[in-house]
Design a protein around this ligand. Structure first.
Ligand code: ASP
Length: 309
């Protein structure tokens, strides 16, 4: 049997066991397992990696525990602005959307941008207009409203502070979601989706929708989805840097992820993590924070959900 593998994340940060109730932990585990099973089920039935990452991320977007789709954080204006991207490693096709509101599943819109728009990246109103043309599902503000997220925002509202879900002054950490996959035809893909940072400036765009920063896939090297302090991931061109270390320097997937997350990113002050796969079936879940919501599954019996270091 050919190798198939899938890895997912639901954000990285100061996620401490001491700050978690067992009910909450269980809810996170269930949310992650559901997304993992959703994507893996497709792969196991011969589905493509691009379908698998889209399905896994859609499942995480629909889960209110994670900061993407339903459950997205509030901007400084009290709205939700979501970013997402997807990339197909078999042909280097990519699609991305940023600063969109109301669209139920931003990752699905990014796939439509990739396949139907003739462009790679659409933002704001233009992206929403395109979503309507494509008959994407829209939801009202009520759907995206989450009491806890609203409280998070009220704490910093009216200040110049914006709050990463990973900042250490909070007990509860939530972040971006993402998936990377290898399918039975040997193709890899990556998808990432986020609500960004609480109280972020109107129009602020993070790394998640930027091809090469928060998301990247290339059959020659790897597929990567990131989560963390977006400004640093953009400046470090993190996802593409992992790919470059493999392509130009001959590092293994594990070496490249370690080099980028534990050394290069930390040197410029960035915290967070990433998930990655390659066409040999290797999976890496690397982070420099206290924890990262994550899961991985393959055809050799691996089926694991973890949260802490
Ligand atoms: N990287 C995301 C951003 O900066 C945030 C996160 O990963 O939670 O928008």
């Amino acid at each position: 049997m050919e190798n198939i593998s899938l890895a997912i994340h639901g954000g990285a940060g100061t996620i401490l066991k001491s700050a978690m109730t067992s009910e909450k932990e269980l809810a996170y585990q269930k949310g992650l397992q559901a997304a993992l099973d959703e994507g893996y089920g497709l792969l196991a039935n011969g589905g493509s990696s691009i379908d698998a990452v889209e399905a896994a991320v859609t499942s995480l977007e629909d889960c209110t525990l994670f900061n993407a789709g339903k459950g997205s954080v509030f901007t400084s204006e009290g709205s939700h602005e979501m970013d997402a991207s997807i990339m197909d490693g078999s042909n280097l096709m990519a699609g991305a959307v940023s600063a969109i509101s109301g669209v139920k599943n931003p990752v699905q819109l990014s796939r439509l941008v990739m396949e139907q728009s003739g462009h790679v990246f659409l933002s704001g109103e233009g992206a929403e207009k395109f979503a309507k043309q494509m008959n994407c599902k829209f939801e009202s503000d009520d759907y995206f409203y989450d009491e806890f997220r609203h409280q998070q925002w009220l704490e910093v509202k009216g200040t110049d502070q914006f709050q990463l879900d990973h900042s250490d002054n909070k007990e509860h950490k939530f972040g971006t979601v993402g998936a990377v996959a290898l399918d039975s035809r040997g193709n890899i893909a990556a998808a990432t989706s986020t609500g960004g940072m609480t109280n972020k400036r109107f129009g602020r765009i993070g790394d998640s929708p930027m091809i090469g920063a928060g998301n990247y896939a290339n059959n020659q090297t790897c597929a990567v989805s990131c989560t963390g302090s977006g400004e640093f991931f953009i400046r470090g061109v993190v996802a593409y840097d992992v790919s470059c270390l493999i392509e130009y320097k001959g590092l293994s997937l594990a070496q490249a992820c370690h080099e980028v997350v534990q050394k290069r990113l930390m040197k410029i002050g960035g915290d967070g993590g990433l998930i990655a796969v390659d066409t040999h079936g290797n999976i890496v879940l690397e982070f420099n924070t206290e924890g990262m919501y994550r899961g991985a599954r393959n055809n050799n019996g691996l089926n694991e959900i973890s949260i802490y270091k």
